[in-house]
Write a protein that binds this ligand. Sequence first.
Ligand SMILES: C[S@@+](CC[C@H](N)C(=O)[O-])C[C@H]1O[C@@H](n2cnc3c(N)ncnc32)[C@H](O)[C@@H]1O
Length: 288
Amino acid sequence: MEDLLADRILVTDLARFRRVVDLRASGSVGLPSGHISREELAKIPAGGTFEVRDKRYYVLPCDMHDFIMDGLKRNTQIVYPKDSGYILIKLDICPGRRVAEAGTGSGALTAVFSRAVGPEGRVYSYEQDIGLVNHAAKSLRLGPEDRNVVIRHQGLEQGIHEENLDAFFLDVRDPWKLLSIVYDALKPGGHLGILVPTTNQVSRVLLAFNKTDYLVTEVAEIFLRTYKAVPARLRPMDRMIGHTGYLVFARRMQPGALSRPDAGPESPLGRRDDDGPLGYGDQDIEDD
Ligand SMILES: C[S@@+](CC[C@H](N)C(=O)[O-])C[C@H]1O[C@@H](n2cnc3c(N)ncnc32)[C@H](O)[C@@H]1O
């Protein structure tokens, strides 16, 4: 994928105003106190400043957080940076990995995945809505030669073209219907992540996992509270993103590896309610 952030800058007043400007576009840029032409903006060095009608603005190179929060046009709910950063670690995504997702939506997570897997990696993104396919391709500056991101216009139910994927992420309404089709596309031990906005959906996902050969490793929700950076009156911002979604993570196991005779429908994987999250708290157990 072409460098998404090249020729994009952030214009801010260091307070509430933040605007990501694509310098390749044409026309002037609207600011709270007036307008400035893109030609003039392009001359201001990174970290520089300018004034329009006595109001001061600052110019910075656009980073991925700026792009997702202030630059990307949203036609759907998106995966926010507070979640996508953790998703990258949980799915163990790094340069060279082959990952897939459904759906593409506005392309926020696609952008994060694309940069993380790098030029040698691949992101296969499935989206059933052609309008959103086109929207994301434009937002992500995808061209016909692009190989790092492949957007596939189809519902995931219709099949997955790839095999032996390192990781898969589901951000769709009914992820529980797609667990087995994703299983076949993942490599053994591969990572699956799911985002759903309601607890009801988490329960449905967990019940569906009960009938599969995935090991559920974590159910999580991430809170991020930012602060007013005023030393003398340090306190949280008045407004915050209160809720995005719940995250469920699992690993593809060998068929039959998890079969447990006592696993009932109320207890995914037959674990008791008071069991800790998998993998935590085991540090004290030493090898023989
Ligand atoms: C919440 S949006 C995804 C947002 C995206 N993760 C982002 O960060 O911008 C959900 C998308 O999934 C698509 N979708 C829902 N079910 C699907 C399916 N079965 N196969 C492919 N796409 C699907 C919808 O059309 C919608 O665009």
